[in-house]
Design a protein around this ligand. Structure first.
Ligand code: XMP
Length: 514
């Protein structure tokens, strides 16, 4: 396996992804948490030093532990990683007038183990750069294997020690052969076998869970989402009857979703499942509230209360299972420390474990979202379930904006939403879209149906493409499709007489309306 030492680059996670995609297990650890003990216990076959926002010319510049260069294993430095490697091994880094950001071209000067099968001497290759500083003097034992206009030491190598360093970022897609360069390092140089698969991971996790839990009892909150579902099925495979799942039904789920959860987990998987229909409690707690943040807080708080109450009824449970993912775990390396602005406070069950005095079981801690999906498939969860669009914790409650929530309004929205998703599936567009849903607006407008006047609600349709939910573009449906959906909704859902389509991207909009 490979150890990635993080110096705070925005794209460090991508290094881990690329390495794992090549069948090699990797973990990211922040530079200030890597010590000799960790290096010994982790026993990596190779180490990658990430990029980062600092400058090695600073007084207290972050660096890699000395031991990294004394273990006799290959090391690859990327961007800041290259600079600290050079500086620590006796070279020099300078602040350059010639900064490079974005696409750049490197000249391949000499043969190098990183380039095998991809880049040949004498060619020019596209890479992605993002640096102000650059190496000014090589550390002893290194030779230059590629140059660029702004970085005379774009790639350097010390073959004897198996140390390599690049100024560009091989982990981003804008460096077209970057993944292969990383694979050359992990497989070719470090000798990793590339046999890390999801099936192997599954077996390894099951063994770990059994060891951690022993004959203790575990409680798991099921939300109907992919992460908690995968956790539940994995735990069930590991410890069977020692697992009890609690599914708190807020009443804000989509059409048929609550029934689907119960059927899949209780009937199909035979998991002990407590299904709490708490919709009345949620409507009562929300009252006439229509402020988005207050709604989120109320729903999140009540959810925890109900979950705790049910979990206590199970009695004697020592562990709480959670679907924490890798991006939530990695300690971010922050140099500015400034507060970031809260746009929306996401409702989750943070704080629950402390309150309940239980130990945590988090078998997805090392996985990225798409790896969780792979694991779900490996565990036999149906594709239609595993590939579902993201759905927010507060559910339909944040899709009925600017008005008090009522069960009737939720029903109207649920019907419209189901028709919309049905048409998207029929048109074969579901997998192209990141998220699609209907929103029930707080306005009534006049219409005419048959010969009669109507005065009903407006429904807005939203669909976006995205890769991570951070930025998004609205989906460009053809008008015929939109017309068809609009017709069906107005004809089939009593209470809606007008349909509009939201063509706002994010930013400036957000994906949800609240
Ligand atoms: P926004 O609306 O912020 O959404 O562009 C980005 C992603 O986050 C989801 N979302 C939430 N998920 N609790 C959640 O669990 C929330 O309160 C919440 N608000 C937004 C949203 O559906 C999208 O996938």
């Amino acid at each position: 396996r490979i150890l990635i030492i993080d110096f705070g680059s925005q794209v460090t996670q991508l290094i881990a992804r690329r390495v794992r995609e090549s069948g090699v297990y990797s973990e990211i650890h922040p530079f200030n948490a890597v010590d000799d003990a960790l290096l010994e216990s982790y026993a990596p076959k190779g180490i990658i030093l990430s990029g980062g926002p600092a400058s090695v010319t600073w007084d207290d510049a972050p660096s890699a532990p000395k031991k990294v260069f004394e273990m006799g294993i290959p090391v690859l430095g990327i961007c800041y990683g290259q600079q600290t490697m050079m500086e620590q091994l006796g070279g020099k880094v300078e602040t350059s007038d010639h900064q490079e950001f974005g696409r750049a071209i490197v000249d391949i000067k000499e043969d190098c183990a990183l380039f095998h099968g991809v880049w040949n001497v004498g060619t020019q290759e596209q890479v992605w750069m993002s640096h102000g500083d650059r190496v000014g003097k090589l550390a002893p034992g290194f030779r230059v294997v590629a140059t660029s206009e702004g970085a005379p030491y774009a790639a350097v190598a010390n073959d004897e020690k198996r140390f390599y360093a690049v100024q560009f970022h091989p982990e981003v897609v804008h460096t077209p052969h970057g993944a292969q360069l990383l694979k050359n390092f992990t497989h070719g140089v470090a000798g990793c076998s590339g046999d890390w698969t999801m099936a192997a991971f599954k077996d390894q996790e099951i063994a770990k869970i059994r060891e951690q839990v022993g004959d203790g009892k575990v409680i798991c909150g099921l939300s109907g989402g992919v992460d908690s579902s995968v956790v539940a099925v994995l735990l069930h495979e590991a410890i069977g009857e020692q697992l009890t799942c609690v599914f708190v039904d807020t009443g804000f789920m989509r059409m048929g979703e609550a029934e689907q959860v119960v059927t899949l987990f209780r009937d199909h998987y035979n998991i002990q499942l407590i299904h709490v229909d708490a919709s009345e409690k949620f409507f009562t707690a929300l009252g006439d509230e229509f402020d988005p943040e207050k709604k989120r807080k109320t729903i999140g708080g009540l959810f925890i209360d109900i979950f705790e109450e049910e979990a206590n009824k199970v009695g004697g449970a020592d562990f709480l299972a959670q679907g924490t993912l890798y991006p939530d775990v990695i300690e971010s390396v922050s140099f500015t420390g400034g507060p970031s602005v809260t746009i929306k406070s996401h409702h989750n069950v943070g704080g629950l474990p402390e309150r309940m005095n239980m130990k945590l079981v988090e078998p997805l801690r090392e996985l990225f979202k798409d790896e969780v999906r792979d694991l779900g498939r490996e565990l036999g969860l149906p594709d239609t379930f595993v590939d579902r669009h993201p759905f927010p914790g507060p559910g339909l409650a944040i899709r009925i904006p600017g008005q008090p929530l009522t069960p009737e309004k939720c029903d109207i929205l649920r019907k419209a939403d189901a028709i919309y998703l049905d048409e998207i599936r029929k048109a074969g567009l579901y997998d192209e879209i990141w998220q699609a849903f209907a929103v029930l607006l707080p306005v009534r407008t006049v219409g005419v149906m048959g010969d009669a006047r109507t005065y009903d609600f407006v429904c807005a349709l939203r669909a976006v493409t995205s890769t991570d939910g951070m930025t998004a573009d609205y989906y460009h449906f053809d008008h015929e499709f939109l017309g068809r959906v609009s017709n069906r909704i107005i004809n089939e859902v009593r209470g809606i007489n007008r349909v509009v389509y939201d063509c706002t991207s994010k930013p400036p909009g957000t994906i949800e309306w609240e």
